[in-house]
Design a protein around this ligand. Structure first.
Ligand code: PMV
Length: 315
């Protein structure tokens, strides 16, 4: 049965606490949701045949299925993955409005959030429930259209909307955070393509497999040590610094990133690292709660375009 009311669904933003890039090669990663950033989707029946999409960043509406369909590949794919899983064969007549506060191409998982929200909206529209695991699996199919061979960490954390332990080909584990952790996410303002950075790392790995596999396994060890350190912010911060150093050795940092990492550490942060694919994007900072404001100011002075507060765990 379909709904005649507007259905809404959302996908949150995300950051990676540790393990980016190495996760593509089988190492574990820890990822965190960013609930203050989200993609909101509203789906409702229309008299006009077809699926009409109204999207923030594109002149709309877009009608899926037209030969010059300008919708991003992952978006068309999210719609088709959802309809296939729902076993809907006749294209429904619906409008799909998508608004997002998640900056694009900055490491916040904007495409994953759109995929999760769109798939969830179609399931709700057809009156069907989805477990986080089913949602993750379907959104991962759509992400493959956006990024080629993503590890799946983005869609997993967005679908579960919880801190997660992620490793390719193994079940996702949600991670409880007891003691509150106060993070800041600083945007360098530099956009980069995840696909390009992942391809660069792959090229370097093919040229020098020994060095790169050593880096991947050292990152894996660092992330493994982060898990018990979730209750010990100082130890966790030191592991974030170590993870960052390994990413620098991999060649995925940038001068803008380094400026923000240095500014955070010099103003008393427990740890700071690039988060996501790199070559710009975001820096994740773990701060003593009493220094949150001072460190946010230092980040802005060092060139951050925006600083987002992110506190996880129970007070
Ligand atoms: O979407 P981003 O920029 O946060 O990067 C995803 C993390 C990578 O490990 C670099 C790629 C992947 O597929 O896991």
């Amino acid at each position: 049965m379909t709904s005649t009311l507007a259905i809404s669904a959302k996908g949150v933003g995300k950051v990676i606490l540790g393990g980016e890039h190495a996760v593509v090669y089988g190492a574990p990663a820890i990822a965190l949701p960013v609930p203050s950033l989200a993609t909101e989707v509203s789906l409702k029946e229309t008299p006009t045949p077809g699926i009409h999409i109204f999207l923030d960043h594109y002149p709309g509406p877009l009608v899926l299925g037209q030969s010059e369909d300008p919708a991003p590949a992952f978006l068309s794919k999210a719609v088709s993955v959802a309809l296939e899983a729902l076993e809907v064969t006749d294209t429904p007549s619906v409008s799909l409005s998508i608004h997002s506060s998640i900056p694009i191409a900055s490491g916040f998982g904007s495409s994953g959030a759109v995929s999760v929200a769109v798939i969830q909206a179609f399931f709700r529209y057809f009156g069907r429930n989805l477990t986080p695991e089913e949602l993750r699996r379907l959104a991962h199919e759509a992400e493959k259209a956006a990024h080629g061979q993503p590890s799946g960490v983005d869609t997993a954390v967005i679908a579960y909307e919880s801190p997660i332990w992620f490793r390719r080909e193994t079940p996702v584990e949600t991670l409880p955070i007891g003691r509150p952790l106060t993070f800041l996410v600083a945007e360098t303002g530099l956009r980069s393509s995840t696909r390009e950075v992942v391809n660069y790392v792959e090229k370097k790995w093919r040229r020098d497999p020994d060095s790169y596999e050593t880096l991947f396994s050292r990152i894996g060890e660092t992330v493994t040590a982060m898990r018990p350190a979730l209750g010990d912010p100082q130890a966790l911060g030191a592991l974030m610094d170590l993870n960052h150093q390994l990413l620098v050795s991999m060649g995925v940092s940038s001068p803008e990133t380094e400026r923000l990492v240095m500014a955070a550490r010099e103003s008393g942060a427990w740890g700071a690292k690039l988060t996501g694919a790199g070559w710009g994007g975001n820096v994740l900072v773990l701060t003593p709660p009493e220094l949150e404001q001072a460190i946010a100011t230092a980040l802005i002075t060092a060139g951050a375009q925006h600083v987002h507060p992110l506190t996880l765990g129970n007070a």
